[in-house]
Design a protein around this ligand. Structure first.
Ligand SMILES: C[S@@+](CC[C@H](N)C(=O)[O-])C[C@H]1O[C@@H](n2cnc3c(N)ncnc32)[C@H](O)[C@@H]1O
Length: 503
């Protein structure tokens, strides 16, 4: 087993695109919290993904933002070699992948960045490596720049601490790839639980974790649980460490977490209002909600927007549907609240967006929106964004998105998103991606047959709309249902995501 600073490196990670830390989303988080996003004239910005893994987010961002410079840093050659090869094959020359440890990256002379992100890194590495991450931010983030750090959080992860210790300790003594060792060790833990191990009883988080193991990609499980450096963090400690890097907390890239109405009851909201310090408020929230994972957004020397500027920037936000207008769900669960947006404002917005991406100003100027209040419109958009039925996009940039989509499909649909010419990717389930990029034209039955044989040829598992696996021996009906669902929810939007000329 190879291990560098308590991080196990003998197992490749999964290859996922993560929308939460795209510049479009980070800018929205800043705006929601009254902070000026980084200035980026004519689509130019510099973005660095620390611990980028296979670099899917970096690749999609580079393809979707041709004027930007996108960097990915990771010490695993297995990851960086693949990212570089995909970028080359897709003709993307504004993505720069470096096989470096964070310590080595500190010694490079990078130009400063507008965005620095580290997803799935901070609570999986030891204190020395965390200090390298903060030193990188301190050295390389521009004034007004934004940093994103995700991490396992306390107190919500408290019951998983002994589980992770068990798994990482006993897996270290076994042989074979991490994906196998992690499953074998979880099986041992499960046996202990079944024989009545007292520490493993009465913990709903643990039961949920054990139940979900079969549904998870073992490569993810290996990277989540095998590292001896694994240490969930309190948000107040992370905020202190980030303050040392010269940045302050401005909001959460879990969108719902920016609006207390969806999280806390009135008594809890009143209690929170007693804390002036934003970091203490976050800590109290973590206790009230038993938070176990956080996506924190920080800014260097953040500039507060005055209401007029906030309004102007709000109007320029551009939005695109991710599900077909007829498939939009107007009753959605946002955090702990069942939110209903079955109202004329929401229906008008969806109707307007059926014709393609629009700015908030364009939406507001429609005759059927004349009587809508700005707050109502913001609330509807927020809920549609939280439920991922809408995505924030940027102006059309004539990008290399289609070529990347084809390269990723040829490589076996290795990324969970379509790159678009709008500055972001659109996350899609594998079946939808295959039908969008790879499927030949044909009837529902023909495409269902293709989907079955192609997914088998690639050895890839498909999931239905409810994220349930399609069994290996599933009949025709299961594949027909996937195609029908795609036709209902997505097909009509393909031309929006990939306009003519980009396909
Ligand atoms: C859990 S993966 C997350 C990958 C990617 N950010 C994602 O979310 O898909 C963490 C990544 O950090 C990289 N990493 C961990 N410690 C590192 C270090 N000290 N220097 C550079 N990369 C490191 C690992 O190789 C791995 O690819």
């Amino acid at each position: 087993m190879s291990d560098i600073n308590g991080y196990v490196t003998d197992q490749e990670y999964t290859s996922d695109y993560h929308h939460a830390y795209t510049p479009a989303m980070l800018d929205y988080v800043a705006l929601l919290n009254g902070i000026a996003p980084p200035e980026r004239a004519a689509g130019q910005f510099r973005f660095c993904d620390l611990g980028c893994g296979f670099g899917m987010t970096a690749l999609a961002l580079a393809a979707a933002n041709p004027a930007a410079q996108i960097y990915g840093i990771d010490f695993m050659a297995e990851h960086i070699d693949v990212s570089q090869a995909l970028a080359e094959r897709a003709g993307i020359n504004n993505a720069h992948f470096h096989q470096l440890s964070f310590a080595q990256a500190l010694d490079k002379d990078f130009e400063p960045f507008d965005y620095i992100v580290a997803h799935g890194v901070y609570s999986w590495v030891n204190a020395d490596v965390r200090a390298e991450v903060t030193a990188f931010i301190q050295r390389y983030l521009k004034p007004g720049g934004v940093a994103y750090i995700s991490y396992n959080a306390m107190p919500g992860k408290a019951n998983i601490l002994p589980v992770q210790k068990f798994v990482s300790h006993f897996a270290a003594a076994q042989h074979g790839p991490g994906s196998q060792r992690v499953l074998e060790t979880f099986a041992q833990l499960q046996q202990l639980q079944q024989m009545g191990a007292r520490n493993l009883q009465g913990k709903p988080e643990l039961d949920m974790l054990l139940q979900s193991l079969g549904n998870e990609d073992p490569r993810y499980l290996a990277h989540e649980y095998l590292h001896s450096a694994w240490e969930p963090r309190y948000s107040i400690d992370v905020a202190r460490e980030m303050a040392g890097a010269g940045v302050e907390y401005i909001g959460s890239a879990m969108l719902f977490a920016n609006d207390e109405r969806f999280l806390l009851n009135p008594e809890q909201q009143a209690c929170l209002a007693n804390f002036d310090n934003i970091n203490e408020r976050e800590l109290v929230k973590d206790y009230l909600l038993d938070v176990s994972f956080r996506r924190d957004v920080f800014a260097r020397a953040p500039r507060r927007l005055d209401p007029a500027e906030q309004e102007r920037r709000w109007g320029r936000l551009m939005l695109m549907l991710t599900v077909a207008p007829d498939a939009v769900d107007y009753q959605v669960q946002v955090a702990f609240v069942e939110a209903s947006i079955d109202n004329p404002v929401a229906r008008s917005i969806v109707k307007a967006l059926a014709g393609g991406p629009k700015t908030v100003n364009q939406l507001l100027s429609r005759w059927d929106m004349m009587s809508a209040s700005v707050q109502d419109v913001r609330d509807v958009l927020f809920i549609l964004l939280c439920s991922q039925q809408l995505t924030l996009v940027e102006q059309d940039k004539v990008a290399t998105a289609s070529r990347l989509n084809q390269v990723l499909a040829d490589a076996g649909y290795v990324c969970n998103a379509l790159a678009t010419p709008y500055g972001v990717g659109v996350e899609l389930p594998l079946a939808d991606l295959m039908l969008a990029v790879g499927a030949p034209q044909g009837s529902v039955a023909e495409r269902a047959n293709w989907l079955r044989s192609e997914s088998r040829r690639l050895g890839r598992m498909l999931r239905d709309q409810n994220r349930q696996r399609v069994a290996d021996n599933a009949g025709d009906d299961a594949y027909v249902a996937l195609v029908e669902d795609f036709d209902h929810r997505r097909a009509g939007l393909l031309l929006q995501w990939l306009p003519i000329g980009h396909i």
